[in-house]
Design a protein around this ligand. Sequence first.
Ligand code: MSP
Length: 512
Amino acid sequence: MSKAFYVTTPIYYVNDAPHIGHAYTTVAGDVLTRWHRQRQEQVFYLTGTDEHGTKVERTAEEHGVTPQEWADRLVEEHWKPVLQTINARTDGFIRTTSDRHRIGVQRFWETLRDNGYVYEADFEGPYCVGCEEFKRPGDLIDGKCPIHDRPVEMLHESNYFFQLAAFQQALLEHYERHPDAVEPKSAYNEVVSFIKQGLEDISMSRSSVGWGIPLPWDEKQVVYVWFDALLNYITAIGYGQDEATFDATWPADVHLVGKDILRFHAVYWPAMLMAAGLPLPAKVFAHGWLLVGGEKMSKSKLTGIAPEQITEDFGVDAFRYYFLRAIAFGQDGSFSWEDMAARYTSELANGLGNLASRGTAMVNKYRDGLLPAPGDYTNADLALQELLVASAEQADAAMLKLDFSGGILAIKTFVDAVNVYVTEQQPWVLAKDEANASRLDTVLYTICEALRAIAVLYHPVMPRATEEMWACLGQGETLEGQNVTTVATWGQLAPGATITKGAALFPRLETT
Ligand code: MSP
């Protein structure tokens, strides 16, 4: 069995319902994995929920239910349904309260202890419940956590420690040898300079928290929530329980994370894996934050927008398109309804939607809905075919390096060129004179072939609209089975196919 291309999202805390910041990561991973699927690769896409720790325990308490009841409710009512809302196609959903996760976590820490990397000691320090992390005094601003802008708590504990410091040199060497292992470059530099400042051993258990996975050798303590959560990436694929699946999937090809949780993924996690003798992930990609009013969007600050607030007005495809198109992946981006509406109208309704409806309508009007065979190609037709080759190559290269906005731009450039082609070729003028019949055939065929290629290339980004386009082109085979690397080979639509005019892909927004 060849190794699957393995992509993960962070697992989300169940103390609250999803907002568009969370959905952003999951959509990015979904586009990436759909793209790889359309390169005929085997793919495994994992998401899930982080259900232990103080934050979840306290939220449950405030609502008068047990943490397990709270987690079950949030997962069933919000975290699983949101995958449908954003049309994410995942292969696995891991919950940290599941048996398979608990068993894997206990095996893992037992192994690290057997390998001599865990010891017992006293510890006191400032703790941020928002981050679920001990802070160094130098991390704080006015005694507050800079990420959550709220006071930290002093915790004194007798804990078990993980020998993080022992891996400082090995981590530095790893990152020297693999400069692409953390991206973008700013994140890579941040990680390397953090490691160079010196790593300290870190407590891996809690005696004051009840809601967690008990240490197998000391049932009075639970595994620190981050050192439980990170392990989801291996417990979900059979670590310690189903070695065949594990070997066919691990290591991860891409861990997608927000920049606020980079250190856990690019310092602690690889050190833990080294301690267990496991291979390291190929890449951790840290994306930026969605900002609302200049600040990181968050439910606690009441700036959180639920994904369905956007999908109800704009549809799921526009949601997926907008965030990846408008924000360079790896940088922060501001969300505004005005920008969303403007791009929707110009790029989707007037751009792609209009092209699809014009093209299919003209085949119906002038050729009774049957795709004509093309005649001789002119320079204008050939230029479009060449642009498709270039755009498809650019899109593929960009998507492979997680440059989603670059990938979308390459496809959009082609869509815009086809719209210009239609305007310049004026099929409605050609249709007036029977002498131009062959030329009209060629133009109509060219437009439909272009629509075929656009449907294939945009399918990972906008699965629903492209399925509708595909159905209108009368194609028997599945759209997701179409290979993005051979999409530019001209002439794949069979003349004689039935072309139908569908409903508007992106209806115009109602102005109120
Ligand atoms: N449970 C941990 C992750 C454990 S992974 C082993 C966690 N959960 S979280 O729910 O707080 O955040 C999950 C992800 O959502 C993080 O990658 C975080 O960066 C991302 N986002 C949360 N708010 C965000 C924005 N406003 N914008 C973009 N991403 C944001 O951390």
